[in-house]
Design a protein around this ligand. Structure first.
Ligand code: 4AD
Ligand code: MG
Length: 468
Protein backbone atom coordinates (compact mmCIF):
# COMPACT_ATOMS: atom_id res chain seq x y z
CA UNK A 1 0.00 0.00 0.00
CA UNK A 2 3.03 2.25 -0.21
CA UNK A 3 2.39 4.15 -3.40
CA UNK A 4 -0.82 6.04 -2.40
CA UNK A 5 -0.84 8.42 0.55
CA UNK A 6 -3.54 7.95 3.16
CA UNK A 7 -6.33 10.53 3.05
CA UNK A 8 -8.68 11.38 5.88
CA UNK A 9 -12.31 10.54 5.21
CA UNK A 10 -13.30 14.15 5.82
CA UNK A 11 -11.17 15.11 2.78
CA UNK A 12 -11.90 12.03 0.65
CA UNK A 13 -15.59 12.86 0.59
CA UNK A 14 -14.79 16.04 -1.34
CA UNK A 15 -12.30 14.59 -3.85
CA UNK A 16 -13.17 14.30 -7.54
CA UNK A 17 -14.03 10.68 -8.44
CA UNK A 18 -11.55 8.71 -10.51
CA UNK A 19 -8.61 8.94 -8.11
CA UNK A 20 -6.73 6.10 -6.51
CA UNK A 21 -7.09 6.56 -2.74
CA UNK A 22 -6.11 4.96 0.56
CA UNK A 23 -8.40 5.18 3.60
CA UNK A 24 -7.73 3.84 7.09
CA UNK A 25 -10.22 3.52 9.90
CA UNK A 26 -12.62 1.41 11.94
CA UNK A 27 -15.49 -0.59 10.53
CA UNK A 28 -18.90 0.69 11.58
CA UNK A 29 -21.00 -1.87 9.69
CA UNK A 30 -20.56 -4.60 7.11
CA UNK A 31 -23.44 -5.83 4.99
CA UNK A 32 -23.98 -7.15 1.49
CA UNK A 33 -25.11 -10.03 -0.70
CA UNK A 34 -23.51 -12.92 -2.58
CA UNK A 35 -21.63 -10.67 -5.01
CA UNK A 36 -20.65 -7.55 -3.09
CA UNK A 37 -20.02 -6.42 0.45
CA UNK A 38 -20.46 -2.85 1.71
CA UNK A 39 -18.37 -1.58 4.59
CA UNK A 40 -19.05 1.73 6.33
CA UNK A 41 -15.66 3.01 7.45
CA UNK A 42 -15.03 5.78 10.01
CA UNK A 43 -11.72 7.39 10.94
CA UNK A 44 -12.97 10.01 13.40
CA UNK A 45 -12.20 12.95 11.13
CA UNK A 46 -15.90 13.54 10.43
CA UNK A 47 -19.31 12.30 11.51
CA UNK A 48 -19.63 10.81 8.02
CA UNK A 49 -18.47 7.35 6.98
CA UNK A 50 -17.06 6.39 3.62
CA UNK A 51 -18.67 3.43 1.91
CA UNK A 52 -16.30 0.69 0.75
CA UNK A 53 -17.56 -1.60 -2.00
CA UNK A 54 -15.89 -5.02 -2.18
CA UNK A 55 -16.27 -7.35 -5.17
CA UNK A 56 -16.35 -10.81 -3.62
CA UNK A 57 -15.14 -12.49 -6.81
CA UNK A 58 -11.77 -10.70 -6.54
CA UNK A 59 -9.01 -13.05 -5.45
CA UNK A 60 -8.66 -13.40 -1.66
CA UNK A 61 -11.51 -10.98 -1.01
CA UNK A 62 -13.94 -13.50 0.53
CA UNK A 63 -11.29 -14.65 2.98
CA UNK A 64 -10.34 -11.17 4.09
CA UNK A 65 -14.00 -10.16 4.41
CA UNK A 66 -14.64 -13.14 6.67
CA UNK A 67 -12.22 -11.64 9.19
CA UNK A 68 -13.78 -8.17 9.14
CA UNK A 69 -16.55 -7.26 11.56
CA UNK A 70 -17.82 -4.12 13.31
CA UNK A 71 -14.99 -2.46 15.23
CA UNK A 72 -12.13 -3.96 13.17
CA UNK A 73 -9.39 -1.60 12.00
CA UNK A 74 -8.51 -1.76 8.30
CA UNK A 75 -6.76 0.03 5.48
CA UNK A 76 -8.45 0.12 2.07
CA UNK A 77 -6.91 1.02 -1.27
CA UNK A 78 -9.04 1.50 -4.32
CA UNK A 79 -10.61 3.84 -6.79
CA UNK A 80 -12.83 6.66 -5.59
CA UNK A 81 -15.98 6.39 -7.69
CA UNK A 82 -19.29 8.16 -7.92
CA UNK A 83 -21.75 6.33 -5.72
CA UNK A 84 -24.90 5.03 -7.38
CA UNK A 85 -26.57 4.65 -3.98
CA UNK A 86 -28.25 7.50 -2.18
CA UNK A 87 -26.70 8.89 0.98
CA UNK A 88 -23.19 9.51 -0.32
CA UNK A 89 -21.64 11.19 -3.35
CA UNK A 90 -18.59 8.97 -3.57
CA UNK A 91 -17.46 5.53 -2.42
CA UNK A 92 -14.30 3.44 -2.68
CA UNK A 93 -14.14 0.44 -5.00
CA UNK A 94 -11.73 -1.66 -2.98
CA UNK A 95 -8.78 -3.24 -4.75
CA UNK A 96 -6.78 -4.12 -1.65
CA UNK A 97 -7.69 -4.41 2.04
CA UNK A 98 -5.25 -4.77 4.89
CA UNK A 99 -6.45 -5.73 8.37
CA UNK A 100 -4.61 -3.94 11.19
CA UNK A 101 -6.72 -5.34 14.00
CA UNK A 102 -9.64 -7.74 13.99
CA UNK A 103 -12.46 -7.23 16.51
CA UNK A 104 -14.18 -10.05 18.39
CA UNK A 105 -17.85 -9.51 17.47
CA UNK A 106 -19.10 -11.25 20.62
CA UNK A 107 -16.98 -9.40 23.18
CA UNK A 108 -16.90 -5.96 21.50
CA UNK A 109 -18.58 -3.64 24.05
CA UNK A 110 -20.31 -1.47 21.43
CA UNK A 111 -23.21 -3.58 20.27
CA UNK A 112 -26.40 -2.40 18.63
CA UNK A 113 -28.49 -3.84 21.47
CA UNK A 114 -27.48 -1.32 24.17
CA UNK A 115 -26.53 2.19 23.16
CA UNK A 116 -28.02 4.06 26.14
CA UNK A 117 -25.82 6.82 27.58
CA UNK A 118 -25.94 5.04 30.96
CA UNK A 119 -24.49 1.90 29.39
CA UNK A 120 -21.91 3.83 27.37
CA UNK A 121 -20.62 5.48 30.58
CA UNK A 122 -19.69 1.99 31.79
CA UNK A 123 -17.56 1.55 28.66
CA UNK A 124 -16.27 5.10 28.46
CA UNK A 125 -12.91 3.80 27.19
CA UNK A 126 -14.68 2.67 24.00
CA UNK A 127 -17.46 5.23 23.61
CA UNK A 128 -15.35 7.71 21.59
CA UNK A 129 -15.84 5.18 18.77
CA UNK A 130 -19.58 5.90 18.62
CA UNK A 131 -20.99 8.55 16.28
CA UNK A 132 -22.40 10.57 19.16
CA UNK A 133 -19.21 10.76 21.20
CA UNK A 134 -17.17 11.37 18.08
CA UNK A 135 -19.36 14.42 17.41
CA UNK A 136 -19.20 15.62 21.03
CA UNK A 137 -15.43 15.22 21.29
CA UNK A 138 -14.78 16.99 17.99
CA UNK A 139 -17.02 19.83 19.16
CA UNK A 140 -15.16 19.98 22.47
CA UNK A 141 -11.86 20.36 20.66
CA UNK A 142 -13.23 22.98 18.26
CA UNK A 143 -14.62 25.00 21.16
CA UNK A 144 -11.27 24.93 22.97
CA UNK A 145 -9.67 26.30 19.82
CA UNK A 146 -12.35 28.99 19.45
CA UNK A 147 -11.80 30.12 23.05
CA UNK A 148 -8.07 30.56 22.62
CA UNK A 149 -8.61 32.30 19.30
CA UNK A 150 -11.17 34.71 20.78
CA UNK A 151 -8.89 35.90 23.58
CA UNK A 152 -5.80 35.85 21.43
CA UNK A 153 -7.47 38.20 18.95
CA UNK A 154 -8.39 40.54 21.79
CA UNK A 155 -4.82 40.64 23.07
CA UNK A 156 -5.47 38.76 26.32
CA UNK A 157 -2.50 36.92 27.82
CA UNK A 158 -3.00 33.18 28.41
CA UNK A 159 -1.93 32.69 32.02
CA UNK A 160 -1.29 29.25 33.55
CA UNK A 161 -2.36 29.20 37.18
CA UNK A 162 -1.36 26.44 39.61
CA UNK A 163 -3.42 23.30 40.13
CA UNK A 164 -1.98 22.70 43.58
CA UNK A 165 -2.76 25.51 45.99
CA UNK A 166 -2.99 26.41 49.67
CA UNK A 167 -5.94 28.82 49.27
CA UNK A 168 -9.67 28.17 48.84
CA UNK A 169 -10.76 30.75 46.25
CA UNK A 170 -14.49 30.18 46.52
CA UNK A 171 -14.33 29.63 50.29
CA UNK A 172 -16.76 26.75 50.04
CA UNK A 173 -14.44 24.18 51.60
CA UNK A 174 -14.92 21.73 48.75
CA UNK A 175 -11.29 20.95 48.08
CA UNK A 176 -9.46 17.70 47.41
CA UNK A 177 -6.46 17.52 49.68
CA UNK A 178 -3.03 16.86 48.15
CA UNK A 179 -0.64 15.10 50.49
CA UNK A 180 2.27 12.69 50.59
CA UNK A 181 1.79 12.01 54.30
CA UNK A 182 1.38 8.33 55.18
CA UNK A 183 -2.35 8.16 55.88
CA UNK A 184 -1.81 5.05 57.98
CA UNK A 185 0.59 6.93 60.23
CA UNK A 186 -0.06 10.66 60.10
CA UNK A 187 2.46 12.79 62.07
CA UNK A 188 0.63 14.95 64.62
CA UNK A 189 1.35 18.22 66.40
CA UNK A 190 0.88 18.89 70.11
CA UNK A 191 -2.84 19.53 69.60
CA UNK A 192 -3.21 16.14 67.91
CA UNK A 193 -3.83 17.68 64.49
CA UNK A 194 -2.01 16.43 61.37
CA UNK A 195 1.44 18.06 61.25
CA UNK A 196 1.49 19.52 57.76
CA UNK A 197 4.97 20.98 58.27
CA UNK A 198 6.06 17.39 57.57
CA UNK A 199 4.02 17.25 54.37
CA UNK A 200 5.49 17.63 50.87
CA UNK A 201 4.94 21.40 50.64
CA UNK A 202 5.38 22.06 54.35
CA UNK A 203 1.76 23.14 54.61
CA UNK A 204 -1.73 21.87 53.87
CA UNK A 205 -2.43 21.90 50.13
CA UNK A 206 -5.32 21.01 47.83
CA UNK A 207 -6.31 20.89 44.17
CA UNK A 208 -7.57 24.26 43.04
CA UNK A 209 -11.28 25.11 42.72
CA UNK A 210 -10.50 28.15 40.53
CA UNK A 211 -7.52 29.98 39.08
CA UNK A 212 -9.08 33.37 39.78
CA UNK A 213 -6.94 34.60 42.67
CA UNK A 214 -3.75 34.01 40.69
CA UNK A 215 -5.58 35.34 37.62
CA UNK A 216 -6.01 38.64 39.47
CA UNK A 217 -2.25 38.77 40.00
CA UNK A 218 -1.87 38.48 36.24
CA UNK A 219 -4.57 41.03 35.37
CA UNK A 220 -3.14 43.63 37.72
CA UNK A 221 0.15 43.39 35.85
CA UNK A 222 -0.64 42.40 32.27
CA UNK A 223 -4.02 44.10 31.98
CA UNK A 224 -6.13 41.32 30.51
CA UNK A 225 -5.53 37.63 31.04
CA UNK A 226 -7.43 34.38 30.78
CA UNK A 227 -6.90 30.93 32.19
CA UNK A 228 -8.17 27.70 30.70
CA UNK A 229 -7.54 24.61 32.73
CA UNK A 230 -8.93 21.89 34.95
CA UNK A 231 -10.47 22.69 38.33
CA UNK A 232 -11.55 20.32 41.06
CA UNK A 233 -14.46 20.36 43.47
CA UNK A 234 -15.18 17.78 46.11
CA UNK A 235 -18.86 18.68 46.28
CA UNK A 236 -20.97 15.63 46.70
CA UNK A 237 -23.54 16.65 44.09
CA UNK A 238 -24.65 13.80 41.92
CA UNK A 239 -26.45 15.99 39.39
CA UNK A 240 -26.41 16.08 35.58
CA UNK A 241 -24.57 19.43 35.82
CA UNK A 242 -21.74 18.77 38.30
CA UNK A 243 -18.35 17.15 37.85
CA UNK A 244 -15.62 16.72 40.46
CA UNK A 245 -13.06 17.57 37.76
CA UNK A 246 -14.13 20.13 35.19
CA UNK A 247 -12.51 22.71 32.95
CA UNK A 248 -12.98 26.40 33.41
CA UNK A 249 -12.13 29.49 31.38
CA UNK A 250 -11.45 32.50 33.60
CA UNK A 251 -10.76 35.89 32.02
CA UNK A 252 -9.70 38.65 34.41
CA UNK A 253 -9.49 42.29 33.28
CA UNK A 254 -8.02 45.42 34.83
CA UNK A 255 -10.18 48.57 34.49
CA UNK A 256 -13.39 46.64 33.70
CA UNK A 257 -16.42 47.40 35.84
CA UNK A 258 -19.38 45.05 36.18
CA UNK A 259 -21.00 46.39 32.99
CA UNK A 260 -17.82 45.89 30.94
CA UNK A 261 -17.64 42.41 32.45
CA UNK A 262 -21.21 41.58 31.38
CA UNK A 263 -20.59 42.98 27.89
CA UNK A 264 -17.50 40.80 27.46
CA UNK A 265 -19.18 37.66 28.81
CA UNK A 266 -22.19 38.08 26.52
CA UNK A 267 -20.05 38.75 23.47
CA UNK A 268 -17.75 35.82 24.33
CA UNK A 269 -20.47 33.24 24.69
CA UNK A 270 -22.32 34.43 21.57
CA UNK A 271 -19.07 34.24 19.63
CA UNK A 272 -18.56 30.63 20.74
CA UNK A 273 -22.08 29.58 19.80
CA UNK A 274 -21.75 31.31 16.42
CA UNK A 275 -18.39 29.62 15.88
CA UNK A 276 -19.95 26.22 16.52
CA UNK A 277 -22.82 26.90 14.12
CA UNK A 278 -20.45 28.06 11.40
CA UNK A 279 -17.57 25.62 11.78
CA UNK A 280 -19.04 22.44 13.25
CA UNK A 281 -22.24 22.18 11.26
CA UNK A 282 -22.11 18.45 10.44
CA UNK A 283 -21.71 17.40 14.06
CA UNK A 284 -24.36 19.80 15.34
CA UNK A 285 -26.76 18.76 12.59
CA UNK A 286 -26.22 15.11 13.56
CA UNK A 287 -26.99 15.82 17.24
CA UNK A 288 -29.99 17.93 16.24
CA UNK A 289 -31.45 15.22 14.01
CA UNK A 290 -30.68 12.31 16.29
CA UNK A 291 -31.62 13.67 19.73
CA UNK A 292 -32.74 17.26 19.97
CA UNK A 293 -34.73 18.78 17.09
CA UNK A 294 -34.67 22.20 18.75
CA UNK A 295 -30.90 22.30 19.21
CA UNK A 296 -30.04 24.46 16.22
CA UNK A 297 -32.89 26.89 16.78
CA UNK A 298 -31.88 27.19 20.45
CA UNK A 299 -28.30 27.98 19.43
CA UNK A 300 -29.41 30.50 16.82
CA UNK A 301 -31.77 32.05 19.36
CA UNK A 302 -28.93 32.81 21.76
CA UNK A 303 -26.76 34.37 19.06
CA UNK A 304 -29.54 36.63 17.87
CA UNK A 305 -30.89 37.96 21.16
CA UNK A 306 -29.87 40.49 23.79
CA UNK A 307 -29.47 38.81 27.16
CA UNK A 308 -31.77 40.10 29.90
CA UNK A 309 -29.94 42.00 32.64
CA UNK A 310 -31.74 41.68 35.92
CA UNK A 311 -31.13 42.51 39.57
CA UNK A 312 -31.33 39.56 41.98
CA UNK A 313 -33.95 41.43 44.00
CA UNK A 314 -36.16 41.74 40.91
CA UNK A 315 -35.54 38.08 40.06
CA UNK A 316 -36.74 37.05 43.52
CA UNK A 317 -39.84 39.20 43.08
CA UNK A 318 -40.66 37.42 39.80
CA UNK A 319 -40.14 34.01 41.38
CA UNK A 320 -42.26 34.87 44.45
CA UNK A 321 -44.99 36.09 42.13
CA UNK A 322 -44.79 32.83 40.15
CA UNK A 323 -45.00 30.76 43.33
CA UNK A 324 -48.05 32.78 44.40
CA UNK A 325 -49.64 32.02 41.05
CA UNK A 326 -49.24 28.29 41.54
CA UNK A 327 -45.83 27.45 40.07
CA UNK A 328 -44.44 24.60 42.18
CA UNK A 329 -40.81 24.93 43.28
CA UNK A 330 -39.14 22.20 45.26
CA UNK A 331 -37.02 24.76 47.18
CA UNK A 332 -38.48 27.90 48.82
CA UNK A 333 -37.91 31.37 47.34
CA UNK A 334 -37.22 34.47 49.46
CA UNK A 335 -34.75 37.36 49.40
CA UNK A 336 -31.37 36.06 50.53
CA UNK A 337 -31.76 32.52 49.21
CA UNK A 338 -29.17 30.99 46.88
CA UNK A 339 -31.07 30.21 43.69
CA UNK A 340 -31.54 26.56 42.74
CA UNK A 341 -31.34 25.43 39.16
CA UNK A 342 -35.18 25.12 39.04
CA UNK A 343 -35.43 28.85 39.86
CA UNK A 344 -32.80 29.83 37.32
CA UNK A 345 -34.49 27.77 34.65
CA UNK A 346 -37.90 29.24 35.45
CA UNK A 347 -36.56 32.75 34.84
CA UNK A 348 -34.83 31.75 31.62
CA UNK A 349 -37.19 29.19 30.10
CA UNK A 350 -40.61 30.29 31.31
CA UNK A 351 -40.48 33.96 32.19
CA UNK A 352 -38.04 35.65 29.81
CA UNK A 353 -37.40 32.85 27.29
CA UNK A 354 -33.85 34.03 26.79
CA UNK A 355 -30.54 34.07 28.66
CA UNK A 356 -30.49 36.17 31.83
CA UNK A 357 -27.57 37.92 33.52
CA UNK A 358 -28.43 38.22 37.19
CA UNK A 359 -26.54 40.81 39.25
CA UNK A 360 -26.58 42.37 42.70
CA UNK A 361 -26.67 39.19 44.80
CA UNK A 362 -26.78 39.23 48.61
CA UNK A 363 -23.19 39.21 49.85
CA UNK A 364 -23.86 36.27 52.19
CA UNK A 365 -24.26 33.82 49.31
CA UNK A 366 -21.26 34.99 47.30
CA UNK A 367 -17.48 34.81 47.70
CA UNK A 368 -15.36 37.18 49.80
CA UNK A 369 -13.63 38.91 46.87
CA UNK A 370 -16.70 40.51 45.25
CA UNK A 371 -17.11 44.28 45.18
CA UNK A 372 -19.52 45.42 47.85
CA UNK A 373 -22.37 47.73 46.88
CA UNK A 374 -22.84 50.93 48.88
CA UNK A 375 -25.99 49.47 50.53
CA UNK A 376 -23.76 47.01 52.42
CA UNK A 377 -26.13 44.18 51.54
CA UNK A 378 -25.37 43.20 47.95
CA UNK A 379 -22.28 42.61 45.84
CA UNK A 380 -21.47 43.16 42.16
CA UNK A 381 -21.80 39.52 41.24
CA UNK A 382 -23.06 38.37 37.87
CA UNK A 383 -24.30 34.90 37.00
CA UNK A 384 -25.32 34.10 33.44
CA UNK A 385 -28.26 31.73 33.32
CA UNK A 386 -28.96 29.66 30.21
CA UNK A 387 -31.88 27.62 28.93
CA UNK A 388 -31.60 23.90 29.85
CA UNK A 389 -28.44 24.59 31.87
CA UNK A 390 -29.05 27.17 34.58
CA UNK A 391 -25.80 28.85 35.63
CA UNK A 392 -23.20 28.72 32.86
CA UNK A 393 -21.02 31.67 33.97
CA UNK A 394 -20.25 33.06 37.43
CA UNK A 395 -18.29 36.28 37.88
CA UNK A 396 -18.10 39.70 39.48
CA UNK A 397 -16.40 43.01 39.77
CA UNK A 398 -13.74 42.54 42.46
CA UNK A 399 -13.42 44.49 45.71
CA UNK A 400 -10.44 46.74 45.05
CA UNK A 401 -10.56 48.65 48.35
CA UNK A 402 -7.98 47.24 50.77
CA UNK A 403 -9.93 48.11 53.91
CA UNK A 404 -13.21 46.65 52.68
CA UNK A 405 -11.56 43.47 51.47
CA UNK A 406 -9.73 42.95 54.76
CA UNK A 407 -12.90 43.63 56.74
CA UNK A 408 -14.80 41.03 54.71
CA UNK A 409 -12.06 38.43 55.18
CA UNK A 410 -12.17 39.03 58.95
CA UNK A 411 -15.96 39.02 59.01
CA UNK A 412 -16.02 35.61 57.32
CA UNK A 413 -13.43 34.25 59.76
CA UNK A 414 -11.11 33.32 56.90
CA UNK A 415 -7.46 32.63 57.55
CA UNK A 416 -5.27 35.40 56.11
CA UNK A 417 -2.22 33.24 56.32
CA UNK A 418 -2.42 32.01 52.75
CA UNK A 419 -3.95 35.19 51.34
CA UNK A 420 -1.40 37.93 52.08
CA UNK A 421 -0.03 37.64 48.54
CA UNK A 422 -3.55 38.20 47.20
CA UNK A 423 -4.17 41.19 49.47
CA UNK A 424 -0.92 42.69 48.15
CA UNK A 425 -2.72 43.47 44.86
CA UNK A 426 -4.86 45.93 46.86
CA UNK A 427 -1.88 47.25 48.83
CA UNK A 428 0.31 48.07 45.88
CA UNK A 429 -1.36 49.94 43.03
CA UNK A 430 -4.84 48.55 43.49
CA UNK A 431 -7.08 48.94 40.46
CA UNK A 432 -10.72 48.35 39.61
CA UNK A 433 -11.03 44.99 37.90
CA UNK A 434 -13.47 42.25 37.02
CA UNK A 435 -13.63 38.71 35.72
CA UNK A 436 -15.73 35.61 35.32
CA UNK A 437 -15.56 31.86 34.97
CA UNK A 438 -17.22 29.86 32.21
CA UNK A 439 -17.69 26.17 32.96
CA UNK A 440 -16.40 24.49 29.81
CA UNK A 441 -18.59 21.41 30.18
CA UNK A 442 -21.68 23.55 30.89
CA UNK A 443 -20.95 25.36 27.61
CA UNK A 444 -20.64 21.99 25.87
CA UNK A 445 -23.94 20.81 27.36
CA UNK A 446 -25.55 23.81 25.73
CA UNK A 447 -23.79 23.47 22.39
CA UNK A 448 -24.30 19.72 22.00
CA UNK A 449 -27.74 19.51 23.58
CA UNK A 450 -26.53 16.56 25.65
CA UNK A 451 -28.47 16.07 28.88
CA UNK A 452 -25.76 14.89 31.25
CA UNK A 453 -22.42 16.58 31.93
CA UNK A 454 -20.79 13.14 32.17
CA UNK A 455 -21.36 12.84 28.41
CA UNK A 456 -19.44 15.95 27.31
CA UNK A 457 -16.07 15.11 28.91
CA UNK A 458 -14.09 12.09 27.74
CA UNK A 459 -13.45 10.57 31.16
CA UNK A 460 -15.81 11.98 33.81
CA UNK A 461 -14.88 12.23 37.48
CA UNK A 462 -17.89 12.14 39.81
CA UNK A 463 -18.50 10.86 43.36
CA UNK A 464 -17.47 7.17 43.52
CA UNK A 465 -16.28 7.20 39.92
CA UNK A 466 -12.68 7.62 38.75
CA UNK A 467 -12.50 4.90 36.12
CA UNK A 468 -9.88 4.98 33.29
O1 4AD B 1 -19.50 30.22 39.90
P1 4AD B 1 -18.14 29.59 40.12
O2 4AD B 1 -17.94 28.81 41.34
O3 4AD B 1 -17.13 30.81 40.01
C1 4AD B 1 -15.78 30.77 40.23
O4 4AD B 1 -15.13 29.79 40.43
C2 4AD B 1 -15.12 32.11 40.04
N1 4AD B 1 -13.80 32.04 40.68
C3 4AD B 1 -15.06 32.44 38.59
C4 4AD B 1 -14.43 33.79 38.32
O5 4AD B 1 -15.05 34.80 38.63
N2 4AD B 1 -13.23 33.81 37.78
O6 4AD B 1 -17.80 28.67 38.86
C5 4AD B 1 -17.77 29.21 37.56
C6 4AD B 1 -18.48 28.30 36.60
C7 4AD B 1 -19.96 28.07 36.92
O7 4AD B 1 -20.76 29.12 36.44
C8 4AD B 1 -20.22 26.77 36.20
O8 4AD B 1 -20.42 26.99 34.81
C9 4AD B 1 -18.91 26.03 36.37
O9 4AD B 1 -17.92 26.99 36.64
N3 4AD B 1 -18.96 25.05 37.46
C10 4AD B 1 -19.02 23.71 37.30
N4 4AD B 1 -19.07 22.97 36.19
C11 4AD B 1 -19.12 21.64 36.34
N5 4AD B 1 -19.11 21.01 37.55
C12 4AD B 1 -19.05 21.72 38.69
N6 4AD B 1 -19.00 21.10 39.87
C13 4AD B 1 -19.01 23.15 38.59
N7 4AD B 1 -18.94 24.15 39.50
C14 4AD B 1 -18.91 25.30 38.79
MG1 MG C 1 -21.33 30.25 40.75
Amino acid sequence: MQEVKRSKIKDLLHFEPGREVLAKGWVRTKRGNKEVAFIALSDGSTIKNIQIVCDKSASGMEEILSKISTGACIGVRGELVESPGSGQAVEIKASEIEIYGTCDPVRYPLQKKDTSFEYLRTVAHMRPRTNTFGAVLRLRSQMAYAIHEYFHNKGFVYLNTPLITASDCEGAGQMFQVTTLDLGNVPRNKKGEPDYSKDFFGKQTSLTVSGQLEGELGATALGEIYTFGPTFRAENSNTPRHLAEFWMIEPEMAFYDITDNMDLAEDFIKHLVRYALENCRDDIQFLNDRYDPELISRLEGVVGTDFVRLEYTEGIRILEEAAKNGVQFEYPVYWGVDLQSEHERYLVEQHFRKPVILTGYPKEIKAFYMKQDPDGKTVRAMDILFPKIGEIIGGSERESDLGKLEARITELGMSRKNLEWYIDTRRFGSCPHSGFGLGFERLLLFITGMQNIRDVIPFPRTPKNAEY
